[in-house]
Design a protein around this ligand. Structure first.
Ligand code: HEM
Length: 365
């Protein structure tokens, strides 16, 4: 735990595993929406984010999370297994003849988008418009953001309008999808209000693809750069579960999360004062040598692997089971259908984002 500045944002910077775990589980540390200085330009964006469960604390957080979890069950996720397998297969058949592909846009993005959209009940013809808008929102909320955020505001407005009309439609014509379940009342009569419902749709569609695309992309790169591990996985595809856990640890798609202290609290011998901001570097915690033996070695059989890639505590990623399933299917299908895949070149560029570990592109042949 150190005092520091992350891209002009002052606060405590936590890189240790033990300290990050402690803070994420401790009730004195709460979440809040980072309000940018030019916030008056971003009214709609801020209103959406304020209503996301990610930025809520108990009791509101408990209420919203419990309502959404009821519709986002292991059963609902298992139900999309076959469609993920079929989509992965079809996407690869399409590129097999071409002999080369860009893993993120030709494979990981369409796969992740089709999956979360199917769960939410978004029609396939609307998929293309989500990528650009979701990307604008991610760039707008990243700590490295320096440009004016009017584009993010426009994207937020468009996503709001889109989901508002979809929600209205599903109220009258429900289907077996998550939005239809969320517009109705839970068994105890509770339900999300309109702002909470729209914020949840936007959170799920963004969280549901950007990070998953990066998990697949980063995982494929880690395997291609560690040929011994790639061979091991090809020989024993059942290692895919622990391989995906290692991909999550080694190149964590979400690198950063934040909290503030609601009361003076000691962490690792340091007192964090009430109101102070804390940045938790999950990617660094996942490579902490005090917790992981040889943390910079990519080992798909690593056991145990208690990484913090999905966070922990009451905000533990709601989509972790879905993300794991998608990545396991995506990587194994890729290795089966393109057994001789290799990196097209060695000059891979990471995007200039602070909170996300994301390649610009990943060409393979
Ligand atoms: C929360 C990472 C995929 C939905 C989180 C958090 C992390 C995370 C670190 C906790 C943030 C915090 O404590 O402040 C990831 C990664 C993913 C992934 C690395 C993929 C590799 C998904 C997917 C969905 C999803 C596929 C949904 C379809 C959510 C939601 C929360 C969340 C709703 C907020 C939970 C709450 O506030 O109670 N995710 N996520 N995530 N994630 Fe994910």
């Amino acid at each position: 735990v150190q005092r520091g500045t992350l891209i002009k944002h002052d606060g405590w910077v936590v890189t240790g595993y033990k300290e990050a775990l402690h803070i994420l589980k401790h009730p004195h540390f709460k979440t809040r929406m980072p309000i940018p200085k030019d916030s008056k330009d971003n009214k709609r964006l801020i209103r959406i984010q304020k209503n996301m469960m990610l930025f809520k604390n108990p009791p509101d957080h408990t209420r919203i999370r419990s309502l959404v979890s009821k519709a986002f069950t292991p059963h609902a996720i298992e139900a999309v297994r076959t469609s993920i397998e079929e989509t992965a297969h079809q996407l690869l058949v399409r590129v097999q003849d071409a002999g080369e592909m860009e893993v993120k846009s030709d494979f990981a993005f369409p796969l992740a988008m089709a999956t979360i959209a199917r769960i939410l009940g978004v029609s396939p013809q609307d998929y293309p418009q989500f990528r650009k808008r979701a990307d604008l929102l991610i760039r707008t909320t990243d700590l490295t953001r320096t440009e004016k955020t009017l584009d993010g505001e426009a994207a937020a407005s468009e996503l709001l309008d889109y989901f508002r009309s979809l929600v209205k439609y599903r109220l009258h014509y429900p289907e077996d999808d998550l939005i239809s379940k969320l517009v109705g009342e839970a068994d105890d009569g509770d339900k999300l209000d309109e702002d909470e419902l729209l914020a949840t749709c936007i959170l799920l569609i963004i969280a549901g693809h950007e990070t998953t695309v990066n998990l697949i992309g980063n995982g494929v790169v880690s395997l291609l750069k560690n040929p011994d591990q790639l061979i091991k996985l090809k020989e024993e595809p059942s290692l895919i579960r622990s391989a995906v856990e290692e991909c999550l640890r080694f190149e964590s798609p979400t690198q950063l999360t934040a909290r503030f202290a609601a009361e003076d609290t000691e962490v690792g011998g340091t007192t964090i004062k009430s109101g102070e901001q804390i940045y938790l570097l999950l990617g660094a915690a996942n490579r902490d040598p005090m917790r992981f033996t040889d943390p910079d070695i990519f080992d798909i059989t690593r056991e145990p692997n208690p990484h913090l890639a999905f966070g922990t505590g009451n905000h533990f990623c709601l989509g972790s089971a879905l993300a794991r399933l998608e990545a396991q299917i995506a990587i194994n299908t890729l290795l089966q259908q393109l057994p001789n895949l290799r990196l097209e070149n060695d000059r891979l560029q990471w995007r200039r984002l602070f909170g996300f570990r994301s390649l610009e592109e990943l060409p393979i042949s």
